[in-house]
Design a protein. Structure first.
Length: 240
């Protein structure tokens, strides 16, 4: 059976989610179109990279994503970094002939997103993992809509509830920093809502929006250890 060697960049929460997906795919889809092989995992922190290699079953680890992109043995590159690094890694991987699975929101800017799309070549799979499309309830809703069982869709209301950042004492994350996160909440969790809305009901013609910063000051951390102070978050910072 064909095997595909995976190089994963970013050993944090989303990196773990991608590993779970790769590991479970052959268990649910058999015979599998290909069997993923956990080849190389990358993280800029050496200790995290080594821990992830052992924990997730990768053959080796590194701290420079270019080692994965330039490795001729790597077939698939999973990008699980903060948003501002998506474009550079994806474009390099695509140019190297790798298949790419990039975390949403794909890029921090429209310019970067277009550059990524233009770099994708024929015969190379480049995708974004909007996994909620495969939730059974969403599949059923899509079936009922497509077969006309519920008539024309006049209105769709979507919510995405998350509370991990509701605690004012939770530390400042890159997700709260515009220069790193880029699109903020809209590109982070609301992108799933937009994807499902369009998947079920078609293109969106018009939108309105409101934004409010509820937690205006958060603790900051150095090296993942003790809290060293607080930082005030401006109006352009991403908060929930």
């Amino acid at each position: 059976m064909k095997k595909l060697n995976v190089g994963l960049v970013g050993a944090g929460f989303m990196g773990k989610a991608h590993v779970v997906g790769y590991s479970n795919m052959p268990k649910f889809f058999w015979p599998a179109p290909a069997v993923p092989v956990m080849k190389t995992i990358c993280d800029i922190v050496p200790e995290i990279a080594e821990d992830a290699r052992e924990r997730f079953g990768f053959e080796k680890c590194c701290t420079d994503w270019k080692e994965i992109v330039n490795d001729p043995e790597i077939d698939v590159v999973s990008i699980c970094t903060p948003n501002n690094a998506h474009a550079e890694i994806a474009i390099a991987a695509l140019k190297a002939g790798k298949h790419v699975i990039c975390e949403k929101p794909i890029a921090s800017t429209l310019k970067d997103a277009k550059a990524m799309a233009e770099t994708a070549k024929k015969g190379i799979i480049s995708m974004n993992a909007y996994q909620y499309r495969r939730v059974p309830a969403i599949d059923l809703a899509k079936k009922l809509i497509d077969e006309g069982s519920i008539g024309d869709i006049l209105n769709i209301r979507c919510t995405y509830l998350q509370s991990w950042s509701a605690d004012p004492s939770s530390p400042l994350s890159w997700r709260f920093q515009k220069e790193i996160a880029g699109a903020g909440t809209l590109g982070d969790i609301a992108s799933h809502v937009i994807d499902i809305a369009q998947y079920l009901a078609g293109d969106i013609d018009e939108v309105t929006g409101m934004m409010k910063t509820y937690i205006k000051e958060r603790p900051v951390q150095e090296g993942g250890v003790d809290l060293l102070g607080t930082v005030k978050l401006g109006a352009d910072a991403k908060n929930r």
